[in-house]
Design a protein around this ligand. Structure first.
Ligand SMILES: C[S@@+](CC[C@H](N)C(=O)[O-])C[C@H]1O[C@@H](n2cnc3c(N)ncnc32)[C@H](O)[C@@H]1O
Length: 490
């Protein structure tokens, strides 16, 4: 996953995103004589405002609002569909709305723009009757911004409703190049190009990857080794044992935070791909001592908790480093009771402080801050918030952290370089540059290491020696893993 605050510099309205707990927008003004908008649509609208006006994360803001407004069952499901669907499809909706509007969308008030997106989403992507989509959008626009905005919204949505989605796509995105695919599959064009490069130019594969980004992922749990098993956990939570990780359980639905097994530390929410890359590093063959482990970028602590559970079984000890204080605290909570020392520090200080001695570790995990392009399914707004210009700083930080990981590992020891992004600049190119710069490193076949930890052979891992997982192939986030050994005697 990406670093928490990266790419949050500006909101979609071009203003600097404010941080901290997002303030709720002012409640909608009741309008005399107007039918009130149902609470599900209002909840979706409120969260869109928080995301676009305040830089909030929908996957945190929406559950909080649903709880606050006591929305459950069908209302909660409808609000979630509208909110997440509208956020994912924002670029495509904006292209359609721009074509249906007589003024640039950038000149439209933020609340009216969000109401229009919500309305266009219902018209183009759902079976909501057109009259309901239009009338509720007009009501939202009126209460947020007055009668003039209401008639503007009415006119725009009437034009949008003159065609269905395939018709609009045919008109706005007739080509199959990156620009056309960007509109068709609701991704920024630079992300379409990056995914295409990572997939090696196979168009069918690319459209499958783009499609998978628009689907809601299943919730994956990891049974903590030594505390429970996948079979036991699946039975208790009514889930299914995972296909690829021996600790994975797929959850049918519901709020995983409510599960007793999560609260008491027997299990954690963790993508199966994250489990796999962690296990591949932990189990890769290693000569010599194997008791000092390091997680150089540990927050919020998912991989540290899995490594810590394995360390407890094997008599090893993990040092978990995290630069952000709040996230270091989360790591502390995640690893409670495990043989893990949490260090609130910059991972680049290896060799400069006694807790991070140069050559002091047998296995080093570097789960680097990255663009997070491999987890777009989980954060509906992330693809529009992340900018291509974020890449340079991230790649430079990854390079420095990789250098630190190389200093930290002992001769003969192993490094696992992981990103939740398939972007070549963060993955294959990063490793190629490292190997060109640093003598005394050998890249191992991570596919073999991964195969050794899975109950069934995993297909489609890429050309190697690194591993690239994909949502459309493996049902996991698009995790990348390169395994490196520091040559003995180096
Ligand atoms: C991809 S996330 C790690 C996810 C984590 N391994 C897990 O599985 O829960 C990257 C983390 O690196 C942290 N980070 C960024 N720069 C860092 C640095 N210089 N030193 C240590 N941690 C850093 C970020 O705050 C973020 O928590």
């Amino acid at each position: 996953m990406s670093g928490p605050d990266r790419g949050r510099g500006r909101n979609r309205e071009g203003r600097p995103a404010r941080r901290g707990t997002p303030r709720r927008p002012a409640p909608l003004r009741p309008v005399a004589g107007a039918k009130p908008v149902d609470r599900a649509r209002r909840a979706a609208f409120e969260v869109l405002r928080q995301v676009h006006d305040r830089g909030a994360y929908a996957n945190l803001a929406l559950p909080a609002l649903l709880g606050e407004w006591s929305l459950s069952g069908r209302d909660a499901a409808f609000a979630t569909e509208l909110c997440y669907g509208t956020l994912r499809a924002t670029g495509t909706l904006d292209a359609v709305l721009a074509a249906g509007s007589n003024r640039p969308l950038s000149k439209v008030d933020g609340p009216v723009r969000d109401a229009l997106r919500l309305g266009a989403y219902q018209l183009l992507y759902t079976r909501v009757p057109a009259h309901a989509a239009v009338s509720t959008t007009v009501a939202l626009a009126r209460s947020a911004s007055g009668a003039g905005s209401a008639s503007f919204a009415n006119a725009v949505l009437r034009r949008v409703s003159t065609s269905d989605l395939p018709g609009w796509l045919e008109r706005l995105a007739p080509t199959d190049d990156a620009a056309g695919l960007a509109v068709r599959y609701a991704h920024p064009e630079w992300i379409v190009r990056a995914l295409g490069d990572a997939l090696g130019g196979d168009e069918g594969d690319l459209t499958a990857a783009l499609t998978a980004d628009n689907e809601r992922p299943a919730v994956h749990l990891a049974a903590r080794p030594g505390r429970t098993t996948a079979a036991e956990l699946a039975e208790r939570v009514g889930g299914t044992v995972g296909r690829l990780s021996p600790y994975a359980v797929y959850l049918p639905g519901g709020a995983p935070g409510d599960l007793a097994e999560i609260r008491d530390g027997r299990a954690q929410v963790q993508d199966e791909g994250s489990q796999l890359v962690t296990l591949a590093l932990a189990d890769a063959p290693l000569d010599g001592p194997d008791v000092r482990w390091l997680d150089l970028c540990a927050g919020p602590g998912g991989k540290a908790a899995l490594l810590g559970s394995l360390a407890a079984q094997r008599g090893a000890r993990l040092t978990a480093v995290e630069v952000t204080e709040h996230r270091a605290t989360l790591v502390g909570k995640a690893v409670a009771g495990l043989p893990v020392d949490v260090l609130h520090a910059d991972g680049r200080t290896v060799g400069e402080r006694p807790e991070l001695p140069a050559g002091g570790f047998d296995r080093v995990l570097l789960d680097a801050p990255c663009t997070g392009l491999g987890a777009l399914r989980r954060r509906p707004e992330a693809r529009w918030r992340r900018q291509e210009s974020d890449l340079d700083d991230l790649v430079a930080l990854q390079r420095e952290l990789l250098a630190a990981a190389c200093r930290a590992v002992r001769p003969g020891g192993l490094i696992g370089y992981v990103t939740c992004s398939p972007h070549p600049a963060e993955t294959t190119a990063q490793i190629a540059a490292l190997l060109a710069d640093q003598p005394g490193l050998t890249q191992l076949d991570a596919r073999a290491a991964l195969d050794a930890v899975t109950p069934e052979a995993v297909q489609g891992l890429g050309e190697g020696p690194a591993v690239q997982l994909w949502p459309h192939r493996h049902g996991t986030d698009a995790m990348f893993l390169a395994l490196l050994r520091r040559d003995a005697g180096e």
